[in-house]
Write a protein that binds this ligand. Structure first.
Ligand SMILES: NC(=O)c1ccc[n+]([C@@H]2O[C@H](COP(=O)([O-])OP(=O)(O)OC[C@H]3O[C@@H](n4cnc5c(N)ncnc54)[C@H](OP(=O)(O)O)[C@@H]3O)[C@@H](O)[C@H]2O)c1
Length: 265
């Protein structure tokens, strides 16, 4: 099995790499932080990976996505599983930066540039990988692409609109591509985590992170869903249900609750 994982330097992506490594797969790891990738690659080899490939790069750099894909295909001859998982909230390393980002995502300081930045990583980056991977899998007449969305796509929560929009865009894209990809033997899966332990949730912790789940447990569920060719894998179930219920609350009631959650101005 030849597996590519973007966003493999931490959190969900690193754990996807580890769990495929433990099955003896060849695992290619893509992200920006080279040292972290090297460390995860070493872990993967220790776990039983047949081979690893460290591909440092930014998912918003189309040329780099093309060259990384070419490297994998040149060395391994194709791709069986691709996890398009790189993403997140964008810059949020400190409380001040988080607060600045929140303001840029609300009426107070709404910033098109901030919305574009998160869209470029979470959505446009995925389209770059799709353009490079779909022809390869079309030729193979086989392969699975799993895209990491988020349950927050159900309803844009206060001060999270631009992030939720990227995940809603991925959902629409996957729904639209899935049936025609199937004609070529390609399976598309959308993974929608609730709250899973990772650098993302660590930085954005914690009162707004209900039902926070261990990474390994979550990834086991996602991989099982992907291997069973499920179109959408949402986990954990209780978070998924609450998210769907929250999405069904009448707007007038939801908006009153949301106003209390917004950052102070
Ligand atoms: N954890 C949750 O509760 C949760 C819930 C819903 C959805 N998700 C989604 O799950 C995915 C993985 O996130 P995570 O929770 O595992 O957080 P994480 O630990 O912060 O991992 C994010 C990964 O994406 C990579 N990445 C970010 N920007 C990138 C870029 N421009 N180019 C290449 N790689 C980039 C990061 O690596 P580098 O910094 O080294 O580039 C890192 O490997 C994301 O798409 C996130 O939106 C997570």
């Amino acid at each position: 099995m030849r597996v590519v994982v973007t966003g493999a330097s931490s959190g969900i992506g690193a754990e996807i790499a580890r769990q495929y490594a433990a099955t003896g797969a060849r695992v290619a790891l893509f992200a920006r932080r080279r040292q972290k990738l090297e460390d995860i690659a070493a872990e993967c080899l220790a776990l039983g990976a047949a081979e690893t490939s460290v591909l440092e790069g930014d998912t918003t750099d189309f040329d780099r996505v093309r060259s990384a894909t070419a490297t994998i295909v040149d060395t391994w001859g194709g791709v069986d599983r691709a996890f398009l998982n790189a993403g997140g909230y964008g810059v949020s390393d400190s409380a001040e930066m988080q607060r600045a980002r929140e303001l840029e995502w609300t009426t107070t300081g709404f910033s098109a540039a901030a919305a574009e930045a998160v869209m470029r990583v979470n959505y446009i980056g995925v389209t770059y990988w799709l353009e490079t991977l779909l022809p390869i899998m079309r030729e193979q007449r086989a392969g699975t692409i799993a895209v990491t969305g988020a349950q927050t796509a159900d309803r844009g929560f206060p001060a999270h609109g631009p992030y939720a929009a990227t995940k809603a865009a991925l959902r629409a894209l996957c729904d639209s591509l899935r049936p025609d990809a199937l004609r070529y033997g390609i399976t598309l899966a959308l993974l929608e985590p609730g709250c899973v332990e990772s650098e993302l949730t660590e930085k954005n912790c914690c009162d707004s992170m209900p039902f926070l789940q261990p990474t390994a447990k979550a990834v086991t569920q996602f991989i099982a869903g992907v291997e069973h060719k499920r179109a959408v894998v949402r986990w954990p179930a209780h978070a998924s249900l609450s998210s769907k219920l929250a999405a069904s609350i009448p707007r007038a009631i939801f908006d009153r609750w949301a106003m209390r959650k917004l950052p102070r101005v």
